[in-house]
Design a protein around this ligand. Structure first.
Ligand SMILES: *Cc1c(COP(=O)(O)O)cnc(C)c1O
Length: 393
């Protein structure tokens, strides 16, 4: 007897997010590894440096606190929200009410993923940067919203052009996602651009969602601004911060949102229905990070900067043309001779055993670029650069 056909497991929502683009490249990588090739991964952006000792102690103390063994407050502990507001105030000169304008997140990714659920009705549009961190688009689709890609082009410094967006799209639009310092392009935005974005959001009634995950990962004396420094931004903007990149804490899953009170409340309401908040001991560790010595960031940045300089020099030595980014963990480079991003990444992998990310994985406008990350230990990075020099020099 035939069993009834099992219907496809994936919802239409999930199917719409689309197939994983790099399956082919992953197979090539696995095939090389099976042949004994020592593959070096410059594809992922995941800090390799350890979390500082005083932060780990914060977790240990938190874990022994019996309050940690119970459900945490949904919006984060008062102590965490005050620490976040204090850090934000000291860093950007903006006062946030820790009780109404700050929300603890299980990493900024969690906040980004839940924001469309909190704020979008089915069929409403979210404007998303392209290339961009994939969550803006996929979370919009999961919430049955419609992502509209704003191309980021080199000739505009990888800032979107708001003028080009059709009015019939804007009339249905509700969310505007921005991310500077930018993953994957390494681009930065100044306050004048943020002021333009705030005016645009106001004109069209958008909630501006700024992903500031790389605010502290900057070089050469550059300091990244907050969108909330723009006059009137608090009326329509929310900004997401993460401890992941600043404090080498990607595994810990902690960040926070600050800004517009209604948006914070809406996002918090989703969280009360979904995840019950951040483990209190992790919040204790985050407090240690935010209120403790900040020179740990400077030491991390010195290492990334040295890697950036060696990477850029090595790529230029073989005739490629990467810019030297003044922020983020990424070098975003046009492929040589206009090769497709997937072909070029496959060629580099086959000839050197080095994994780099094809730009098209971040959206159609990422085509023609590849991303190389600075989060590989020094010796491994240098080995990768030696191989690239040998293969392409
Ligand atoms: C790494 C990253 C995040 C996610 O950070 P978590 O706080 O670890 O969730 C969000 N946005 C961008 C652009 C990132 O690169």
């Amino acid at each position: 007897m035939q069993s009834p056909q099992v219907r496809t497991v994936q919802s239409q929502r999930l199917q719409k997010i689309g197939a994983y683009l790099f399956a082919d490249l992953d197979r090539k990588q696995e095939a090389l590894q099976a042949k004994g090739v020592d593959v070096i991964n410059l594809g992922v952006g995941d800090p390799d440096l350890p979390t500082a000792e005083h932060i780990i102690r914060g977790l240990e103390e938190g874990a022994r606190d019996p309050r940690s063994h119970r459900y945490p407050p949904y919006y984060g502990t008062g102590e965490f929200r005050r620490a976040a507001a204090q850090w934000f105030g000291a860093r950007f000169g903006i006062t946030e009410d820790p009780d109404r304008q700050v929300l603890a997140l299980i990493g900024s990714k969690e906040g980004l993923a839940h924001l469309p659920w909190a704020t979008l009705n089915p069929g409403e549009v979210a404007l998303v940067p392209d290339p961009g961190y994939p969550v803006y688009r996929s979370a919009t689709i999961m919430a049955e919203g419609e992502p509209y890609a704003m191309p980021l082009r080199a000739d505009r410094g990888f800032l979107p052009s708001f003028e080009g967006i059709p009015h019939d799209v804007l009339r249905r639009a509700r969310l505007l996602f921005l991310n500077y310092p930018n993953n994957p392009t390494g681009a930065t935005a100044d306050l004048a651009f943020f002021a333009e974005a705030v005016a645009f959001a106001k004109r069209w009634g958008l909630l501006l969602v700024h992903d500031n995950s790389y605010s502290e990962i900057t070089y050469d004396g550059y300091r990244a601004p907050s969108v909330l420094q723009v006059d009137g931004a608090m009326d329509l903007a929310i900004e997401l911060h993460s401890l992941s990149k600043s404090y080498n804490m990607t595994g810990w899953r902690v960040g926070f949102a600050v800004g517009n009170e209604e948006a914070i409340q809406a996002l918090g309401t989703v969280k009360t229905n979904v995840d019950s908040g951040v483990f209190r001991a992790v919040q204790q560790a985050a407090i240690a990070a935010l209120t403790g010595p900040q020179d740990v960031i400077g030491r991390t940045l010195a290492i990334y900067k040295a890697r950036r300089d060696r990477l850029v020099a090595a790529l230029r030595a073989v005739g490629w043309n990467p810019p030297s980014p003044k922020a983020t963990l990424y070098v975003w480079m046009a492929t040589p001779n206009g090769q497709s991003s997937v072909d070029f990444a496959a060629d580099v992998l086959e000839r050197t055993g080095v994994v780099i990310t094809p730009g098209i994985g971040y959206g159609a406008s990422g085509e023609g670029y590849v991303r190389l990350s600075l989060t590989t230990p020094d010796a491994r990075l240098d080995e990768a650069l030696t191989r690239i020099r040998r293969a392409y020099g």
